[in-house]
Design a protein around this ligand. Structure first.
Ligand code: XLS
Ligand code: NI
Ligand code: NI
Length: 443
């Protein structure tokens, strides 16, 4: 980090958060996240690549469908003006700097307000981007990814790239074009497509095939534009099965991969996986990471968690060590993050209304991931888990297994083999309970 922000501080009573170790009783200190500590040959900071989101942390107000906002944010003047947008920028950077988060992420409309028309909106965005760029240079904090908000404005009521209204598609294209340009301008490591309204609320009025074709075409246009302007950041799709719509086309990792394959987009996209979205899809986060990882498409994560008793995207901060251990085991297995990172797409509870709660929340999430990382590295160094899995598949390393994997035999040869073999040799136990106990040795 370069120079500290010196203008009037938004968090005057909060000192930079330091690592104090597991014995510390200071709630505003890290117990586990020690940015410079080396794990598997890289610093924790390099492994985890923490990111703060503009939408929840800077623009959230703590409202829910039954009540208005509750959060006290003394720097806010109650407007969605350009002036306020500019005043908010140093607050974000002060927050990231005090927290020691090296990245942030935003939607275009989080950082700058819409104007009376697209030209004015773009001008607003350019003005704020100038400020973001300046603060990025001053602090060394970078943009993990940018994105466009294609779900809040009424024009997108039927969707954006999958709208029944071609004008909405055109508007969305113009908006995404600009959002990619500003992400490029800010040297973003990536760009996310989350299809918040790309789906349907009833099939009675929906031409699914046509909508999917349009989404494919839209993403091809985005790839073309990316190449044309020389943006080298990674494109991601963020799966989510529902909310706000009844069904979103990017419903889970497998659906996204199939879509990308069908529309010949697989080379240009990876996935940005969010824990709470996995839950809504009826999967575990580790499942989603495995699906993406085994297809070479594990890009980045939106780190949060849901509440299993509430059926919606509650976007809570992750504190469950078992969860973060599973996530980091899988992330490490697939080589760790390159362009991606651990992006806290999470919000404090409506009742946690003070600015300091933002620190408690992020500190807890960062510590939980640091612990998950260290535990995962220990499990990997111990080697018993990986060895068990290796042994479990040993029948594929020699004999008929190897011949099958090498494509040397077909049904005819296998029938001959089976007739001669008689019965399948006794299977070995899956040892699930023993493996669960093994994991708990490290937690
Ligand atoms: C909403 C999504 C959204 C994306 C970015 O549920 O998680 O916040 O991460 O558009
Ligand atoms: Ni998200
Ligand atoms: Ni979400």
């Amino acid at each position: 980090m370069k120079k500290a922000i010196r203008s009037k501080e938004a968090f005057p009573d909060i000192p930079p958060i330091r690592y104090e170790g597991p014995d510390s009783k200071n709630p505003l200190a890290f117990k586990w996240y020690n940015p410079d500590e080396i794990v598997e040959g890289k610093t924790m900071k390099e492994h985890l690549r923490f990111s703060v989101v503009y939408w929840h942390t800077m623009r959230g107000v703590g409202s829910d469908m039954f009540g208005v906002g509750t959060w006290v944010r003394p720097w806010e003047d109650g407007t969605n003006s350009l002036q306020m947008a500019l005043k908010r920028v140093p607050v974000l950077f002060e927050f990231c700097q005090k927290l020691g988060a090296p990245f942030y992420a935003f939607h275009d409309r989080d950082v700058a307000p819409e104007g009376r028309n697209l030209a004015e909106t773009n001008k607003n965005l350019d003005r704020v981007v100038k400020e973001l760029k300046k603060l990025q240079n001053d602090t060394g904090i970078g943009l993990l990814w940018g994105t466009a908000c294609l779900f809040a404005h009424p024009r997108y009521m039927h969707g954006a790239a999958t709208s029944c209204n071609a004008d909405a598609f055109a508007y969305a294209a113009a908006q995404v074009k600009k959002a990619i340009e500003v992400t490029h301008e800010l040297n973003g490591a990536g760009y996310v497509f989350w299809g918040g309204r790309e789906g349907y609320t009833t099939l009675l009025n929906t031409d699914m095939k046509r909508e999917l074709d349009h989404l494919g075409a839209f993403l091809h246009m985005a790839v073309d534009w990316k190449k044309q302007i020389g943006f080298k950041g990674q494109f991601y799709i963020e799966p989510k099965p529902k909310e706000p719509t009844k069904h979103q086309y990017d419903s889970d990792a497998a659906a996204c991969l199939n879509f990308l394959r069908q529309y010949d987009l697989l080379d240009d996209f990876k996935l940005n996986l969010e824990t709470n979205h996995a839950t809504l899809a009826g999967h575990t986060m580790q499942h989603e990471l495995e699906v993406a990882g085994s297809a070479g498409a594990l890009g980045s994560i939106d780190a949060n968690t849901g509440d299993l008793l509430l059926g919606w995207d509650t976007d809570q901060f992750p504190t469950d060590i078992y969860l973060t251990t599973q996530i980091m085991l899988t992330v490490l297995k697939y080589g760790g993050f390159t362009t991606g990172g651990t992006n806290f797409d999470a919000k404090v509870r409506r009742e946690s209304f003070e600015p300091v709660d933002l620190f408690h929340a992020h500190i807890g999430g960062m510590d939980a991931f640091a612990r998950g990382l260290k535990i995962a590295a220990k499990i990997r160094a111990d080697g018993r888990l990986a060895e068990f899995v290796r042994q479990r598949y040993a029948s594929w390393d020699t004999g008929i297994g190897r011949q099958i994997e090498r494509g040397e035999v077909g049904f005819v040869e296998l029938e001959k083999y089976a007739l001669k073999m008689g019965e399948v040799r006794t299977n070995q136990s899956g040892r699930q309970e023993m493996l669960e106990n093994l994991i708990n040795e490290f937690i």
